[in-house]
Design a protein around this ligand. Structure first.
Ligand SMILES: Cc1ncc(COP(=O)(O)O)c(C=O)c1O
Length: 362
């Protein structure tokens, strides 16, 4: 047992003691030279995480004090001109939220919607793109739909957009995939990707990190009313000089910097493999106990698994987890009580996950 319940929920995730210690640092001012240098260092380290050339090629890797939802909105405000159409691939709660955000921003949002637990296919996307009366300004894709644990075939979807709608930008919610599932910003031809610190980065909530492509920077320059705090062009210019627009969470920026070093030491491919191994362990456990993954084979996320609890009482599973010292998720939105989720993301290990799985059936 530890001094607190270990978080196996799909965010916020468990934060390592070494990082918690950094978060307790004495504050320094955000205009202090040391912090200005740290901001620039973090932006450079984010290039390695997103696998992008970033600033050197006209794009950028940036961060802001905000939840990830703020970037869903900023992506629309910066990259979808008023009057233009935007296509959302909707397959669960968070992709649905993004379409609502576009509408709330007054944009003409269209959707391809599939039932929760399924993924929009490249064929369905191709059909929507090739039958559209005029090109969409952007396609919004949720890489890992955390509510259902479906991982979209992002690389193929992005390729489909590039092939059939070359002027359409590819905007990606990578909130529960970045630093846990394979993600290659430049090689896959993405234009925006973002994640909050509280998921696979295994830090507290508070910062959102994001990457924009050179095409996105060019598009933003043509869009009026990009907003203020999350104006991509202002953020890009400011952070290049280590200047955040507003007062950031200084300790969290230092913890992010340290965590990016730790991720580099582990190595991204090794980190992706560790997440896959945790997914495999969870799926093997499910098979042994008659539980059924909600996501079909071929589109299961390595970072979170939603399981139909067939023959088991979810409240009872949660009680067992709690007794063994783990925080446990009982299902999201309309799946609550039907399919629970195990968030095997961040700095968790296979052995710690196994302790949770054993406790569930003890
Ligand atoms: C896929 C996805 N998108 C967006 C969000 C929203 O993140 P935040 O709560 O940081 O705004 C979440 C949160 O769980 C998520 O899982």
């Amino acid at each position: 047992m530890t001094d607190h319940p270990i978080l196996f929920i799909p965010g916020p995730t468990e934060v390592d003691a070494e990082l918690r210690q950094i978060l307790a640092m004495p504050l320094i001012g955000h205009r202090d030279k040391r912090f200005v240098a740290e901001v620039q260092a973090v932006c450079a380290k984010l290039e390695t995480l997103f696998l992008t050339a970033g600033a050197a090629q006209g794009g950028a890797t940036l961060f802001e004090n905000a939840p990830a939802t703020a970037l869903m909105e900023a992506g629309i405000r910066n990259l979808v001109p008023r009057g233009a159409r935007v296509l959302h691939l909707v397959c669960g709660a968070f992709s649905e939220r993004w379409a609502k955000i576009s509408k709330a921003c007054g944009r003409a949002a269209e959707t391809i919607t599939v039932p929760w637990g399924e993924s929009v296919t490249p064929a369905a996307l191709r059909h929507a793109l090739t039958t559209a009366p005029q090109p969409f300004a952007a396609v919004c894709i949720t890489h890992c739909e955390t509510s259902t644990s479906v991982l979209a075939p992002l690389q193929q979807l992005a390729e489909t957009v590039r092939e059939h709608a070359p002027d359409t930008l590819v905007l990606c919610d990578t909130v529960t995939s970045l630093a846990g599932a394979e993600l290659q910003f430049d090689a896959w031809g993405l234009d925006l990707a973002f994640a909050g610190t509280q998921k696979c980065l295994a830090l507290p909530p508070g910062l959102v990190v994001y990457a924009v492509s050179p095409r996105a920077v060019e598009r933003a320059a043509t869009v009026d009313e990009r907003g203020f705090l999350l104006d991509f062009l202002a953020a890009r210019a400011g952070l290049a000089e280590g200047k955040t627009l507003a007062t950031p969470n200084v300790p969290l920026v230092y913890a992010l910097s340290a965590q990016l070093d730790r991720i580099a030491t582990e190595g991204l491919p090794a980190r992706w493999r560790r997440h896959l191994a945790m997914q495999q362990r969870t799926l093997a456990f499910a098979a042994d106990h008659g539980m059924v993954p909600l996501a079909p084979e071929g589109c299961r996320s390595p970072t979170v698994t939603a399981l139909r609890a067939t023959g088991h009482d979810i409240a009872e599973l949660a009680a067992r987890a709690r007794t063994a010292g783990f925080a446990f998720d009982q299902g999201y939105g309309k799946l609550k009580g039907e399919a629970f989720r195990i968030g095997h993301m961040g700095d968790h290990t296979e052995s710690r996950l196994q302790r949770l799985l054993d406790a569930l059936v003890a």
